[in-house]
Design a protein around this ligand. Sequence first.
Ligand code: NDP
Length: 298
Amino acid sequence: MTLGKTIDGKAFAAKLRGRIGEGVTDFVAKAGRKPGLAVVLVGEDPASSVYVRSKGKATVEVGMESYEFKRPATISQEELIELVEELNGDPRVDGILVQLPLPKHLDDAAVIATINPAKDVDGFHVVNAGKLAVGDPSALVPCTPLGCLMLLKDELGDLSGKEAVVIGRSNIVGKPMAALLLGESCTVTIAHSRTQDLASVVHRADIVVAAVGRPEMIKGSWIKPGATVIDVGINRVPAEEEGKSKIVGDVATAEAISHVAGITPVPGGVGPMTIAVLLRNTLVAASAREGLTAPAGL
Ligand code: NDP
C-alpha cells in the first residue's frame, strides 16, 4: 500500500459534474425542458452569498436552470413559508434549497418541513431523513455525506466490514454519514462532544470521517496507519502572514499524511463534492418527477 495519498475531491467532483451534464442533455431530450434548481437566500451573510453564487454558476454550467430568490433578513416566517409553497407548486422547479443558517427570528425546521420532500435536494426533510434511516433508495440524501461516501467508494471499493468512525452527529453531516456507512455494511461508531477517550475511538477506525468544526482537532497520532480519512471541517484561522486568514480542516493533516492510506485536503476535498452532489440530487429529483429513470453511475 502506498501511504500518504491526497484524495482529490476537486478532480472527482469535476468528473461527476461531467457525467451530470451528460445526464442533463439526456433529460432535456426526453422531458423537453431543463431541470430547475431554486435557491432561496435570506439576508446578506457574505459566506452564504458566496455559496449561493457558486451553486448558481455550477447549476448553469451543467445545463440546468438556476432560479435565485433573494429576500431581506426582515422577511417574516409566513412570507418565507409562502415562497417555499410557491416553489413547491412551480412546475419549472425540481429542487428547492433554502440556504442555512437563516436569521435568528426564522425557524429553520419549520421552513424545511414546508419543502415538498420530492424537491428537497438538500435531503434535510424528515421524510428523506426517515427514508435514509430505513434504507429506502428513493431518499434524497444530504449532499456533503453522499459526496464523502462517493469519495470513499472510489478509494476503497467495497466498504463492507470496515470499521468506520464518524466524529460529529449533526443532522446535516454526522448522522446521515453514519447511516450511509451502515448501509454499506461498515461497523459504525458516531463520536461527539461527550465521547470519552476520542483518541482511542478514532484509532480503531479504517475509515475516519471528521465533521466537528474545530481546527485540526483530530491529531495524526490518533489515526491508525493505513486508515482513510475524510475531513469535512471548514475552519477559518489566522494565517502565518499578519492580518490574513486561511481555511483548515478538522484533522491535523501534516501529522497524519505520512501514515494514512488517503486523506482529503481542505480546501479541495469534500467542499467541491457538496455542490456536485447538489446538482446530482436535482437531476435525480427531476427524473423522478418526470417518471424517468435517473442516469446510472451517479
Ligand atoms: P455542527 O456544529 O452542527 O456539529 C458538530 C459536531 O461535532 C457535533 O455533533 C458536536 O458534538 C461535535 N463536536 C464538537 N466538539 C467536539 C469535540 N471536542 N469532540 C468530539 N466531537 C465534537 O457542525 P456540522 O456538522 O454542520 O459541520 C461540521 C463541520 O463540517 C464544520 O466545520 C462545517 O463548516 C463543515 N461542513 C463542511 C461542508 C462542506 O461542504 N465541506 C458542509 C457542511 C459542513 P455534540 O453534538 O455533542 O455537540
